[in-house]
Write a protein that binds this ligand. Structure first.
Ligand code: DGL
Length: 259
């Protein structure tokens, strides 16, 4: 068996990225770490987020991963530079999809829903500045949403009410693109579609991350040959059925691991 792709997130959100990766790279084995015991990362200090990212990276390297996808905007914007400098494997990061939103907006107003940790990061601000000349970016912290999703409340009335509170002010300002700057949020798309007019584009980075993963594997000659049996290992440090409900399938195993 070849080496797997490693993926980590503060919890189950990065499975939205994992789904895009396996769609595009069906011959690759994967190892996914859901650090749910430490979710949410978004409210933590930069030092604390970095410490958690190092812990996750070391475990994925122990599991022989050839490339690591940091499937978390908060972790990427706070730690990916450090990880790239200090470890030999390639890292793929994820950042809010500001560029496609800036290219598509007609009202010149773009909303970004993300965690406090992402919105406060230097990397988010430098990327945002690079692509948004003449465009107003309305930033909204999604406080509480990660916890609701981790608790499986993707369709709950409480989640809908909180989302409405966050989205309405941006809609009043005439945004026509809404960037989902957290990998947990694609699980809220059914609710978001109920709350925003059809003319508002909802944009996430999942597909782009999968394409970038493929490009980097190719560049480093790390792609797996087609093979008959694939394995996807999921490890979570909390005992909950939600992760298993999101990733079930024949080659999937979900286990509790204290990390
Ligand atoms: N999925 C993480 C992200 O993309 C959630 C961060 C958190 O745990 O607050 O930012």
């Amino acid at each position: 068996m070849g080496k797997p792709i490693g993926i980590f997130d503060s919890g189950i959100g990065g499975t939205s990225i994992w789904k895009e990766i396996v769609k595009l790279l069906p011959h690759e084995d994967t190892v996914y770490l859901a650090d749910s015991a430490n979710a949410p990362y978004g409210a933590k200090s930069n030092e604390e987020i970095l410490r958690l990212c190092i812990k996750n990276t070391e475990l994925l390297l122990q599991k022989n991963c050839k490339l690591i996808v940091v499937a978390c905007n908060t972790a990427t914007t706070n730690a990916v530079d450090y990880l790239r400098t200090n470890y030999d494997v390639p890292f793929i990061g994820i950042e809010p999809a500001i560029k496609p939103a800036a290219l598509q907006t007609k009202t010149k107003k773009v909303g970004v829903l993300a965690t406090k940790g992402t919105l406060a990061s230097t990397l988010f601000h430098s990327t945002s500045k690079m692509f948004t000349e003449g465009i107003t970016v309305l930033e909204q912290e999604g406080t509480g949403l990660v916890e609701l999703i981790e608790g499986g409340q993707m369709h709950a009335a409480e989640t809908r009410a909180l989302l409405k509170r966050y989205l309405d002010p941006m809609l009043e300002q005439q945004i026509d693109c809404l960037v989902l700057g957290c990998t947990h949020y694609p699980y809220l798309v059914p609710l978001i579609k109920e709350l925003v007019p059809p003319a508002v584009r909802v944009i996430d980075s999942g597909e782009a991350v999968a394409r970038q993963t493929r490009a980097v594997l190719e560049k480093h000659n790390l792609e797996e040959e087609p093979k008959s049996s694939i394995d996807h290992w999921f490890y979570s440090n909390t005992k909950s059925d939600i992760l298993a409900s999101l990733v079930s399938g024949p080659s999937v195993s979900v286990e509790y691991l204290d990390f």
